[in-house]
Design a protein around this ligand. Structure first.
Ligand code: GMT
Length: 378
């Protein structure tokens, strides 16, 4: 198949899922065309089946905000037409699903039928999409897609609960490449951070409010009162300054390191004992899956789709959002040497269920079904 993938070229979340999906499809012989405004961060190599088309956003003094959606729709039209694509797969509804709808209508006037699959990732539904300034367009463009997928059962449920959706939503969970995300031997790194054999806790995120990074720091603060421990914080975002101030207030600066955005996050995960994800909202929790693949148990909140991934009492624990006391107790239980090896083993076993080789065939089958249904309607 010739597939167009539209996504945000960002460091984490939906951008990573879209890029890894495209790379996986290219590996098994499909031709994949990425359409976005910047080279996706994990697409920095040559492959004969991978193409990248940059959206040109022309500015003009009249525009306070350049109309990205129009530039994107125009680029989709030209890529579908000249590269003869079989299907467009857009990741994150806003504004990709509505731009795809517009491209589809334009192409129809030229006698070209292009099926569109929209994948809902999380905040496009649970946060931004619900806002009255976007909701009518989100509802319309989901209903107009030829296929819709969501990354967890919870996200599917939430989509039906809030939006007036008239079509089926297929759940295809996120996935991981276990060849890349695996525990590596990084003892020198562990020794540098934890010279006295302290337990190492790790959090990675985009430091937005929904991630509740303050809970990570508070739980660490409580754990550290009981056992020697260190905390690594990977990523960057709007909450970073506030979190640095919180560490100063609590006096934990010597034991907490802010590492910023890192490409090789698997190297940090390789030396971790516990991963923390106390999010307020989380449709899937890809960062937790990356940790589990590196044999790191997960202490998470019970937000959104996280419990579909983190099995309570098996791969870690699932706690009530904001319950620092409960999280502290569960963290201490996991970090106990009598329990830690079992949790690590279980985390890896669970991650194996989400290997890309298991999930990719679901997307391929869904594309084939969507193309067949669209063509049957002509
Ligand atoms: O987590 C974020 O804020 C980024 C966001 C995105 O769309 O890029 O992530 C969402 O999509 C990921 C990939 O499907 C999911 O693993 C995350 O759980 C989801 N984030 C939220 O729902 C907050």
């Amino acid at each position: 198949m010739k597939i167009g993938i539209v996504c945000y070229p960002t460091f984490g979340g939906s951008g990573v899922v879209a890029t890894e999906l495209g790379k996986g499809l290219a590996k098994i012989g499909h031709e994949v065309h990425f359409i976005t405004y910047k080279q996706p961060s994990r697409l920095d190599f040559f492959s004969e089946n991978l193409y990248y088309h940059e959206v040109d956003i022309k500015s003009y003094p009249l525009f306070e905000h350049a109309p990205y959606e129009l530039a994107l729709a125009s680029k989709m039209v030209s890529v579908v037409k000249y590269e003869k694509l079989d299907l467009l797969h857009v990741h994150y509804a806003i504004p990709h699903a509505s731009a795809a709808f517009m491209a589809k209508q334009i192409l129809k006037t030229q006698g070209i039928q292009i099926p569109v699959v929209t994948t809902l990732h999380g905040t496009d539904i649970t946060l931004v999409g619900k806002d009255p300034s976007y909701e009518p367009v989100v509802t319309f463009s989901i209903n107009q897609s030829d296929g819709v997928t969501a990354v967890s059962e919870d996200l599917k449920k939430e989509t039906y609960a809030f939006f007036d959706i008239k079509r089926d939503i297929e759940v295809i969970p996120n996935f991981i490449d276990l060849d890349r995300f695996k525990r590596q031997k990084k003892e020198h790194f562990k020794l540098a951070i934890c010279p006295h054999d302290e337990k190492l806790m790790v959090h990675t995120s985009n430091f937005r409010k929904v991630k509740r990074v303050e809970d990570v720091i508070q739980v660490f603060y409580e754990v550290q009162k009981e056992i020697p421990a260190k905390l690594l914080l990977v990523g960057d975002g709007p909450e970073r300054d506030r979190m640095e101030r919180l560490c100063r207030e609590l006096g934990t600066c010597d034991d907490v390191r802010f590492l910023g955005k890192l490409d090789a996050v698997e190297e940090v995960l390789s030396v971790a004992d516990l991963f923390l994800m106390p999010s307020e909202k989380e449709s899937f929790g890809l960062a937790a899956l990356e940790a589990m693949a590196c044999e790191v148990p997960v202490l998470s909140s019970n937000a959104g789709g996280i419990p579909e991934l983190n099995v309570d009492g098996v791969t870690g624990f699932v706690c009530n959002i904001g319950d620092i006391q409960q999280m502290k107790e569960k963290a201490l239980y996991i970090l106990d040497d009598a329990n830690l090896p079992r949790f690590k083993e279980n985390a890896l076993a669970r991650a194996k269920e989400f290997d890309i080789s298991m999930i990719l065939p679901h997307y391929v089958a869904y594309y084939q079904k969507t193309i067949a249904l669209t063509m049957a309607q002509i």
